[in-house]
Design a protein around this ligand. Structure first.
Ligand code: PRX
Length: 651
């Protein structure tokens, strides 16, 4: 395991208690939830499950823990879509807005809970009409349009598990995920708007099905941009056509609490992404709980906005399931924050009077770069709570968020969690916790964490590895189709504990400071990318003989991908070739995984046992101002690699 590379601010002495006026109105403002959970955490979660959700059949057992397999509320029954929709409509809140959706070109749709319910019922019937049954899987590859949550909720209504694939991923990524999950149907759109033009999706699905995903029999295509894609007779169906005749009579089927809700693939330390499994009752309990208390949600009056993409777990839990379970009104935005101008976010906040904003440190650093004049053009006084997620937030970005977006008084919730944890795990409660810029503070009530050293001993002050010592309701239930990998990845490093893969530090006041990944996973703009996956894509290029990939520091994106490649014997070194190799990764994995820089080197520094010395490569990436698309290692860099490889041995 390598050392964490994120800078540590050990001497941070600024702290921000919750403003008195905020605490006075907060959903929680004292230690009572923590005390309750510490006293009896199963009873605590059982209370949350019963209070926050509506069960068709109450559970009698809270937790069944057969390390490393947890079952929560196992003999209870409930339906996710009924919890997110029907019960609000039945309680007379059908006219409440579920989503204020805004397209990038400026078109808008307001969808109420009862309208959303009708669409979900109809689409569930469409899925049934294609022969889908409880336990089946479908893939969803869509832009940020309302058909996406509709499709997800329709799946939950009938017990079909969805596997949402981020719209920026490639045909290969779709193939891998569809094959692994044996998805029967792909739900997509012709395209979505990004930076003013239509980013095509359907042709990527066609390319994927050409490569081959034999389990897929049907494709449903929403028409977003009128791009007129090819439609394969018998296989492809227009969303609006299949919906036109669909019945809106579709009762929600009570599901076992442990019914598979969804798969979400995420990068690990090997070339193959893992299908993280989330189930029904525990997941919905924890996302509803955290959404209510972390964001101090007031469903009657708040306009909440999570500016993530539903293609990632943040969107699953905090655009779809948490907010809808809590019956709140959300904003959902299709496009990029700089289209048509760099004040798009602030404009949306002013127009809809957004009360909570949830975004990522990378976005905040980008807003800093764009300048304070952008938010200053708008009235942001409706904001009450500011959230951040996805990567460590540097104190400078935290202070900027606090000052320029939060007017020096809105609480900031820095939420640490993972695809695997399903919901927030370490975060302040805005009416309770005194925050420090850059610290995610403490685990939520009912979540138990421990920092450990290399030998697994508990660390109570200083640096260590982050582990979770007891199961939690929204924990992953496994890796799809690979029990051994689940045990090995998460449960084998420290006995009896979940190993998160992150380094962290506990300060003298007991505050947690997340330090970034300690495994071979990079975090670029808050997105996880595996070094091994990028290395495989690099060596897949015919001119590349060997490759090593590291995440170097980047002021904007947190980490950036640096690829070092050795060419095959007869390949001619050129800028074009370097760029071609870089683009090849974009095609294989999606643009998000394209290295910032590909450096062609004559050799890679290795230990005597043949292990690539990644730390050295990281130092080289950090210490040298390598251009964005540099292809040729500057002789100095090569010399440095060679020299330093000769000098040290990291075995
Ligand atoms: O390294 C941590 C980082 O993101 C990883 C999880 O990535 P992913 O599964 O893609 O989920 C991202 C959104 C939940 C973690 O292992 N991470 C996430 N949130 C934070 C963070 N690092 C520091 N501070 C955070 N608030």
């Amino acid at each position: 395991m390598s050392e964490p590379t994120i800078e540590v601010y050990e001497t941070e002495d600024r702290s921000f208690p919750p403003p008195a006026a905020f605490a006075a109105q907060a959903n929680t403002s004292d230690r009572s939830l923590y005390d309750e959970a510490d006293a009896d955490y199963e009873a605590f979660w059982a209370r949350q499950a019963r209070e926050l959700l509506t069960w068709d059949k109450d559970f009698t057992e809270v937790l069944d823990w057969q390390l490393p397999f947890a079952k929560w509320f196992a003999d209870g029954k409930l339906n996710v879509s009924a919890n997110c929709l029907d019960r609000h409509v039945d309680a007379g809140r059908g006219d409440k807005v579920a989503y204020h959706w805004e397209g990038e070109p400026g078109d808008t749709v307001t969808l109420t809970y009862s309208e959303l319910l009708t669409e979900v019922k109809k689409f569930a019937n469409v899925l049934k009409g294609l022969g889908l049954e409880k336990g089946d899987r479908v893939a969803i590859y869509m832009p940020m349009i309302l058909e996406l949550p509709i499709a997800m909720l329709a799946c939950t209504r009938i017990g079909v598990a969805h596997s949402v694939i981020f719209g920026g991923f490639s045909a290969d990524a779709i193939v891998d995920r569809c094959i692994d999950a044996e998805a029967k149907v792909i739900i997509t759109a012709d395209a979505g708007y990004r930076r003013g033009s239509a980013a095509l999706l359907k042709p990527t699905v066609d390319a994927a099905l050409e490569i081959g995903a034999p389990s897929v029999t049907d494709v449903i295509v929403a028409n977003r941009c009128d791009t007129n894609p090819d439609m394969v007779e018998g296989r492809d169906h227009w969303w609006h056509e299949v919906m036109a005749d669909a019945s809106d009579d579709c009762p929600a089927e009570p599901m076992d609490a442990e019914q598979l809700l969804y798969l979400l693939y995420t990068s690990g330390t090997t070339a193959k992404p893992k299908g993280i499994m989330h189930t029904t009752g525990g997941y919905l309990t924890q996302v509803a709980f955290t959404h209510k208390y972390v964001f101090d949600l007031k469903p009657e009056t708040d306009i909440y906005w999570c500016a993530a993409d539903i293609g990632w777990v943040t969107g699953h839990s905090y655009i779809v399931y948490g907010p809808l379970a809590n019956g709140c009104t959300s904003v959902m935005y299709e496009g990029t924050p700089d289209t048509p101008d760099k004040d798009r976010l602030w404009d949306i906040i002013e127009r809809y009077k957004v009360t909570q904003l949830y975004t990522a440190p990378t976005a905040i650093r980008m807003f800093m770069k764009w300048g304070v004049q952008e938010p200053q053009k708008h009235d942001l006084s409706s904001l009450r709570v500011l959230g951040t997620v996805g990567e460590p937030i540097n104190p400078e970005a935290w202070m900027w968020y606090h000052e320029h977006i939060g007017g020096n008084e809105r609480p900031i919730v820095d939420t640490w969690w993972q695809t695997e944890t399903g919901g927030n795990m370490i975060t302040p409660f805005p009416g309770v916790t005194t925050t420090k810029p850059g610290s995610a503070t403490h685990p939520i009530p009912g979540v138990f964490m421990e920092l450990v050293d290399d030998d697994g001993n508990t660390v109570t002050n200083g640096g260590g590895y982050l582990t979770i010592s007891r199961p939690w309701p929204s924990m992953l239930r496994g890796i799809w189709g690979n029990e051994e990998r689940y045990r090995e990845t998460y449960w084998s490093t420290y006995e009896g504990k979940y190993f998160a893969g992150d380094g962290a530090r506990l300060d003298d006041d007991g505050y947690l400071w997340l330090l970034g990944r300690v495994d071979d996973v990079m975090n670029v703009s808050g997105h996880r990318i595996s070094t091994t996956e990028v290395e495989s894509a690099l060596v897949d290029h015919p001119a590349v003989a060997e490759a090593a990939v590291v995440g170097g520091n980047d002021d904007l994106t947190g980490q950036a991908i640096f690829g070092y490649v050795i060419l095959v014997g007869d390949a001619e070194v050129s800028d074009e070739l370097g760029n071609e190799i870089r683009e090849h990764v974009g095609v294989k994995l999606g643009k998000i995984a394209r290295p910032k820089t590909v450096i062609i080197v004559p050799d890679l520094p290795k230990t005597r046992s043949g292990k690539i010395m990644r730390r050295l490569l990281r130092d080289v990436a950090d210490g040298n101002s390598l251009g964005d698309t540099t292809t040729l290692a500057d002789p100095g860099v090569v010399a440095e690699i060679a020299n330093r490889a000769a000098e040290s041995d990291e075995d």
